[in-house]
Design a protein around this ligand. Structure first.
Ligand SMILES: *Cc1c(COP(=O)(O)O)cnc(C)c1O
Length: 332
């Protein structure tokens, strides 16, 4: 079966698609390796852009169908997902409650500044209490007679992942203009919805290239290994759109070699990638996600992981506002 139900899922319009695909000539020349293209999901037009916009189109579609009046979600203090949820809530005429882990700074900057500009109500908590606080916030609103729609961290549900199933269909339509199907699609992966959606979209459309997630903070083993999470989201997404496609853990290609000093702690790898992209292409990366994934990809190029005749498509997932929250760490 073909996943024909995707077109019937409730959805709202939050941005203008397709986002551009662009050849990065100067970056390709500098690294003397495979041809590097970029899919510009940093240019999804809502609120400074990013990958959560595509997920929120479907998540808010479902929220409105269920009669919700408030979006509730959670993330780190510089969460792009929370910023875009706050922006999208305004477009959809909904209220927004955010649970952010971290200590509020004296001056709100980056995504946090935008959260307030979008009039979100914020509860700060410790990282360990985040999931619990998110759940409690939902219950509290219900007890007040409100109708919350609770979105898990990153919006990575079977519904949210449909945004990237659809994005893969969009990319397929842009391949003639690229002239060649990419051998690899490379992107930052963290809560899994983007990777699960792209992997499902690739299977649905017969896309032959490899879907390579560059982990920002997830690991293959340990107490919460990532492959079972990817499998769960992808299979849930497949079920929702009535396709027979199912995934095994080994179907997901994942690199976990660039975790640095941890989530949201960028170092030389990230800052060098930021400078490269700014100074060669005029393109901005965020220190938390896209700079880590790009830095990892450039390192893999230098190590000879890809063939010179390969075509790479780096999927820019956004996060540009993070940059301003790290101003004191960037040297020039
Ligand atoms: C959330 C986010 C990601 C990771 O996407 P997931 O679907 O959570 O894996 C990548 N890049 C940016 C900029 C993000 O905000």
């Amino acid at each position: 079966m073909s996943g024909a139900k995707l077109g019937n899922l409730p959805k709202i319009k939050l941005a203008h698609f397709p986002t551009p695909v662009q050849y990065l000539e100067n970056l390709t020349k500098k690294y003397e390796g495979p041809s590097i293209y970029m899919k510009r999901d940093d240019l999804t037009s809502l609120g400074m852009g990013g990958n959560k916009t595509r997920k929120l189109e479907y998540l808010i579609g479902q929220a409105l169908e269920q009669g919700a009046d408030t979006l509730v979600t959670a993330g780190g203090i510089q969460s792009n997902h929370c910023r875009l949820t706050a922006a999208a809530a305004k477009v959809a005429g909904l209220s927004c409650e955010l649970v952010l882990n971290g200590t509020p700074p004296e001056i709100f900057n980056g995504n946090l500044l935008l959260d307030k500009l979008y009039d979100a109500n914020i509860t700060f908590c410790e990282r360990e209490k985040r999931d619990q606080t998110l759940e409690e916030t939902g219950k509290e609103l219900t007890s007040q007679g409100r109708k919350p729609y609770v979105i898990p961290v990153g919006g990575s549900t079977g519904i949210g992942a449909q945004g990237y199933v659809n994005a893969m269909i969009e990319l397929k339509s842009q391949i003639p203009e690229m002239g060649k199907e990419p051998d690899y699609v490379v992107f930052a992966t963290s809560s899994g919805g983007t990777q699960a959606g792209l992997a499902l979209g690739a299977r649905l459309t017969g896309f032959k290239g490899k879907i390579l997630g560059m982990s920002i903070d997830q690991t293959k083993t340990g107490t919460e290994p990532f492959p079972p999470i990817l499998k769960k989201i992808a299979n849930e997404a497949a079920h929702i759109i009535d396709t027979d496609i199912r995934f095994k853990e080994k179907d997901f290609l994942l690199n976990c070699d660039y975790l640095g000093a941890g989530y949201a702690v960028p170092g030389d790898l990230e800052f060098n990638a930021i400078k490269d992209l700014a100074r060669l292409e005029g393109i901005l990366l965020g220190p938390v996600y896209t700079a880590r994934a790009m830095g990892g990809m450039l390192d893999l190029i230098q190590k000879g992981f890809f063939k010179k005749q390969d075509t790479l498509l780096f999927w820019h997932t956004g996060g540009t506002p993070e940059l301003f929250a790290y101003a004191d760490q960037i040297s020039y």
